[in-house]
Write a protein that binds this ligand. Sequence first.
Ligand SMILES: [Zn+2]
Ligand SMILES: [Zn+2]
Length: 315
Amino acid sequence: MFDLTFLGTSASAPSVRRGLSAQVVSYRDQRFLIDCGEGTQRQILQSGIGFRRLNRILITHGHLDHILGLAGLLSTFMRWETIDRLEIFAGRHALERIRDLIHGVVLRGARPPMQLELVPIEPGLLLEEDGLRIIAFPVQHRSPGCFGFAFETPSHRPFLPERAEALGLPPGPLRGKLVGGQPIVLPDGRTIQPEAVLGPERRGARLVHVGDCGSTAGLEAQCAGAEALVIEATYLKVEADLAREFAHLTAQDAAELARRAGIGHLYLTHVSRRYRTREVLAEAQAIFPAVTVARDFDQFSIGRASEADPPSVIP
Ligand SMILES: [Zn+2]
Ligand SMILES: [Zn+2]
C-alpha cells in the first residue's frame, strides 16, 4: 500500500491555487520526493507531512519548474533540519544542472550539511529496499535523460484463515510463522507446512509516475495493470498542436494511455493555468472514467483492490 501526496500540481509557473511540481510517495517508513519545484518546502510545511525521512529525491527531468526548489530545501536543511544523508537521483543531463544549482549557487565551496549524493539514473532497477522496488524507465520530453518511475511492493501469498480454522490452528504466533514461510509443529505433534494455509502468489501493488512527457508511445508496458498512474496533462486536445510543439500531453493523450494500459486509477497533474480543472477532467473522463485531476495537498492511498477500498481522497 502506497500513500501519494501531491504538493504541487501546476505546469511551468505557479498559479494562485497550484504550486510547482512535487509529489511524495510513501511506503511503510520509506518516503520519496518526486521533483522539487520552486516553493516545495513551503508546500511540505503546509501539507503537514514534515521533513522527516524526506531524504531521497527522484527528479523526472531538469526543467526549472521541477528542480528550483532543491536550492531552498537544501538551504533550509543547512539551517535547522538535520538529516544525515540526502540522495538526489536524476538523469545525467538534469544532474549537471542540479550540480550547478547546489554547488554553484547554494554551497559555493561550503561543505554540505549532510552526506549529499547526486546519483545518475540509468534505465532499470533504481532501488530495492524492504521489498519495495523502484524501476526507472525513459520518457520522451524536450531534454535528454527524462525518466518515469514504477514503484512495486513485493508479491505475497495471502493467508487463508478458513484453512487455518479447518486445521485447528490457534490464532497467534504460529500463524505468523507460517505466513513467514516456516513450517510449524502443533502441540499434538502434527507438522503444518506454509503451503497448507497460504493461497497462490499475488503480485504487489504498482504505482507508476510519469513527469513531463511528449509522447505516450511505448509507455504501455511500464504502466500495464498498475493500480495507479500519475502523469502530466498540460494541454487540452483543442491545443494539441501546442502540446506536440512543447513535448507535452493533452488530457486525452493521458487518458488513452490509461485505457490502453488497463490501469486502475489515473491521476492527472502538471495542469496549465489556461484551463479550468473541470475541462481537464471532462476530456479525460470521456475516455477513461477512473480519473482525478490532482489538487495541491490531495492525498491518496493506493493498493491492490483486496488491500483497501478504492483510492479515495483523504480529507
Ligand atoms: Zn514541467
Ligand atoms: Zn519539462
